[in-house]
Design a protein around this ligand. Structure first.
Ligand SMILES: CC(C)(COP(=O)(O)OP(=O)(O)OC[C@H]1O[C@@H](n2cnc3c(N)ncnc32)[C@H](O)[C@@H]1OP(=O)(O)O)[C@@H](O)C(=O)NCCC(=O)NCCS
Length: 214
């Protein structure tokens, strides 16, 4: 597979082909997948996992215990806090700040240019990305406007378009996103869903009864 200059251009790059424990693998800590492209000055904390076909731009700082799923694009000058999970096909805009223990669902789009392509005249560094504070959850396919702050432990529902700051501990959904209930209610529903799922699994014997066909 020829990926052209993207993996062979300036700055370190990695094809995920170093054996675990080799000096090269040590320098590329956390890279579990193949075809991961790193810009210059990327820092990756201990226990972090980065999967296939991920692009990480220059000066990105990734904390410890972070998971970055396949096909994620992280632009330059981003920080990601410890324990955060970023699901597949998500775009993290330049100059974004993501806190600790956040969950960013699949197909989320954050933005850094309010009137594209204004960055052509001002330069990328002039524009803020988004800020996602500690413990926040951004569900599948949400879109977040440049400069918006998603507050601590806030939740953004799937498919939302977020055009203004979200207060801490608040769940928002819809287009444009509006408050639907509190994080306390969300946590309660999450716990109830988990209990219901476990009950269903414990009473479901179909897995044991079905013969395995190869
Ligand atoms: C935010 C979320 C948790 C709310 O789920 P819920 O508690 O079951 O919500 P309800 O169905 O009780 O809806 C509550 C209200 O919010 C609205 N609402 C809920 N989710 C919505 C959404 N994603 N977009 C728009 N409105 C939504 C409902 O219409 C309802 O409005 P009403 O009170 O005026 O009738 C859910 O929509 C969601 O985004 N789940 C995450 C899925 C996901 O991305 N997982 C990632 C891994 S794949």
């Amino acid at each position: 597979m020829n990926l052209g200059p993207a993996v062979t251009g300036p700055g370190p790059s990695h094809r995920g082909e170093y054996p675990p424990g080799s000096p090269e693998a040590g320098q590329r800590q956390g890279i579990k997948g193949q075809y991961v492209v790193l810009g210059e000055g990327v820092s990756i904390g201990e226990g972090t996992s980065i999967w296939n076909l991920v692009y990480i731009g220059s000066r990105v700082t990734i904390g410890s215990g972070v998971t970055i799923a396949s096909l994620v694009h992280i632009a330059s000058d981003v920080t990601i806090g410890d324990g955060t999970m970023i699901e597949g096909s998500t775009f993290i805009a330049s100059n974004s700040r993501i806190g600790r223990d956040c969950f960013i669902g699949p197909g989320v789009v954050t933005t850094d240019d309010p009137f594209p392509p204004v960055r052509r005249t001002t330069g990328i560094a002039a524009w803020p990305g988004v800020t996602i504070e500690d413990g926040a959850i951004v569900c599948a396919g949400a879109r977040i406007k440049a400069g918006v702050v998603i507050g601590r432990r806030a939740v953004v529902g799937m498919g939302a378009v977020v055009i203004e700051d979200v207060p801490p501990e608040t769940v928002v959904a819809g287009v444009p996103a509006r408050s639907v209930y509190s994080r306390q209610v969300y946590d309660q529903r999450q716990m109830e869903a988990a209990i219901e799922w476990r009950l269903q699994r414990s009473s479901d014997t179909t897995f044991e009864q079905k013969p395995v066909r190869l």
